[in-house]
Write a protein that binds this ligand. Structure first.
Ligand code: HEC
Length: 183
């Protein structure tokens, strides 16, 4: 018998519950938007978008195996017109992990120099004025007649680097040479 009573009651009960639920949702929405208005008036919206995923996608062509988050280039300065992500990619190009050039083979790990390639971290330049453009030119053209070293530097270190890789490795070399002055 209780079953019958419940079945008789339930449509009315359900309606009542539904009505109740609706009013409380509406009330909640009301206070929520009032709260949003209040917060936005007091605190201007700060654009917190993060374009790192986009840059990774752009620079590494979506191949995340090329990204090495363990390599900390975040302390390096970034030249005007370039990005942190380019400096990061440049470090990998320099080390021969991307693009196949062996810059580090002649210039040493981290660009500290070897007998066959100059130190790139001193802030002094044998070629050009140390601007991003002059560094890019040297890397693109190589150094056929070195001033202080026995053998020539082949253009792009002897391989065909993509435009992106040349820009990236140039930004990295710029950063190596300017880290002292940026401190
Ligand atoms: C075969 C050895 C060799 C390789 C590989 C090589 N370099 Fe060099 N690099 C040199 C030599 C030699 C010079 C000229 C030094 C001199 O004039 O005495 C030079 C000069 C430079 C300079 C100019 C430095 C200055 O003081 O003005 C930059 C920048 C540079 N290299 C970057 C790179 C990058 C980036 C790569 C890789 C893409 C690379 N090099 C690959 C040997 C090499």
């Amino acid at each position: 018998m209780t079953n019958v009573a419940v079945m008789k009651l339930s449509p009315a009960l359900l309606l009542a519950l539904a009505a109740l639920a609706q009013t409380s949702v509406a009330a909640e929405r009301g206070t929520e938007s009032a709260r949003i208005d209040r917060v936005l008036t007091a605190t201007p919206l700060i654009d917190g978008h993060n374009d790192l995923p986009w840059q990774l996608r752009d620079l590494f062509k979506n191949d995340l195996s090329k990204v090495d988050f363990a390599k900390d280039t975040s302390k390096l300065p970034v030249p005007e017109g370039a990005t942190q992500a380019q400096v990061d990619l440049g470090a990998k190009v320099f080390a021969g992990e991307v693009g196949g050039a062996t810059c580090a083979g002649c210039h040493g790990t981290g660009g500290i120099g070897t007998p066959v390639g100059p130190d790139l971290t001193t802030g002094k330049w044998l070629w050009g004025d140390g601007s991003l453009k002059s560094i890019t030119d040297t890397i693109t053209n190589g150094v056929p007649e070195p001033k202080q070293h026995p053998g020539a530097m082949p253009p792009m270190g002897g391989v065909e680097l993509s435009k992106e890789d040349v820009s990236a490795v140039s930004a990295y070399v710029w950063a190596l040479g300017h880290q002292a002055s940026a401190k």
